[in-house]
Design a protein around this ligand. Sequence first.
Ligand SMILES: *[C@@H]1O[C@H](CO)[C@@H](O)[C@H](O)[C@H]1NC(C)=O
Ligand SMILES: *[C@@H]1O[C@H](CO)[C@@H](O)[C@H](O)[C@H]1NC(C)=O
Ligand SMILES: *[C@@H]1O[C@H](CO)[C@@H](O)[C@H](O)[C@H]1NC(C)=O
Length: 359
Amino acid sequence: MRLSTIVASVSAATLARAASWNLKDTYSGEDYMNKFDFWTDKDPTNGLVTYQSEDAAKSLNLTYVDDNKNFVMRVDTETTRTEGRPSVRIQSQSNYEDAVIVLEVSHIPTGCAVWPAFWTVTSNISQWPVGGEIDIMENVNDQYPANLAAVHIKDDCSINGSPQTGTTVFTNCNAEANDNSGCRIEMNNTDTATWGSNVNNKGGAVVAMERDFSSNGKGIRMWFWDKSQNMPSDISNPGKTVNPDNWGTPAANFGKLSCSNNADGSSQFDAHKIVFDITLCGDWAGNTYDQVSQCPAKYQSCANQVGQAGQSFEDAYWSVGNLYVYESSAKSAASNVRISSATVGIAAATTLAATMLAL
Ligand SMILES: *[C@@H]1O[C@H](CO)[C@@H](O)[C@H](O)[C@H]1NC(C)=O
Ligand SMILES: *[C@@H]1O[C@H](CO)[C@@H](O)[C@H](O)[C@H]1NC(C)=O
Ligand SMILES: *[C@@H]1O[C@H](CO)[C@@H](O)[C@H](O)[C@H]1NC(C)=O
């Protein structure tokens, strides 16, 4: 009876705080090297790149912290590279489930052949698409004037969020649907620059993604502000908490998804790593290269550009400021209890059990 009283009060607190998120991790400058791992395997998307280790990336000057403390990740610009062009793909050592991720980006990679992405993906990549993938920023060959957000998962589940300022292009998030596009929302609200030189010329942007499959959660939502816009105060002046419910209409609203087995999408996502990469050509940018007429007109083919025209990749770089990760107060409360249970003993352990039940 005492246990159920605790459960009831913790549940009420969890519900009341569902919209509030507490700062868990901040990444800036060297953190992108020290707290991220550099991918050195072949590019799983078959790009014409050779991903570099941290040491190699540093010695090729593909990664560095610039004078404004931004972290830069860029593609090699040597004129000729016929064995794959050196590039960078990094992933966070930490894994995150429900969270709010906020990125300050000052330069987005642009250009023909260029396929950059900022995304989260299952920490067990060998089981993909089990565990899921959430693409927060992506484009190919600058083919789309706006940023593309997407979700790739194992099963047939549809976008069911609203409202949003962007446009739903594909609704089924199954990784094999729509020629392997999954579900996609194009952030083409005309008030906001969301891609390429439009963003870079404004000095950058801030993008935020909320993943919340808790009982009161609203699933997967994203917001995008270019630097010329007014931003919510918890975005322009980041502190210990954020409240996405105060951020206005999301640019992309996937919601909790509606799956064919009548479930929501919660079981489609496991612990995710945060990833930045820049690949060239490959499964997407290579296959659509000819659709962007100025690219073949200038370089003939995607492979020819990568092999022979290194200077065309001068603008193929990410420059990012701080990356903030917030977790829900319910989750931070549970981990705080976990710490105290070790020191305080059985009473706290009972509370921990109650908290876990409530979650
Ligand atoms: C790395 O590249 C940047 C941008 O081109 C340049 O400013 C910097 O001096 C380079 N650093 C080294 C060590 O070459
Ligand atoms: C990762 O996925 C593979 C393939 O599904 C599976 O065999 C393996 O057990 C998984 N590893 C972990 C740590 O879950
Ligand atoms: C956004 O993209 C969709 C699909 O391509 C298009 O139908 C719509 O007109 C676009 N809206 C704006 C404001 O550009």
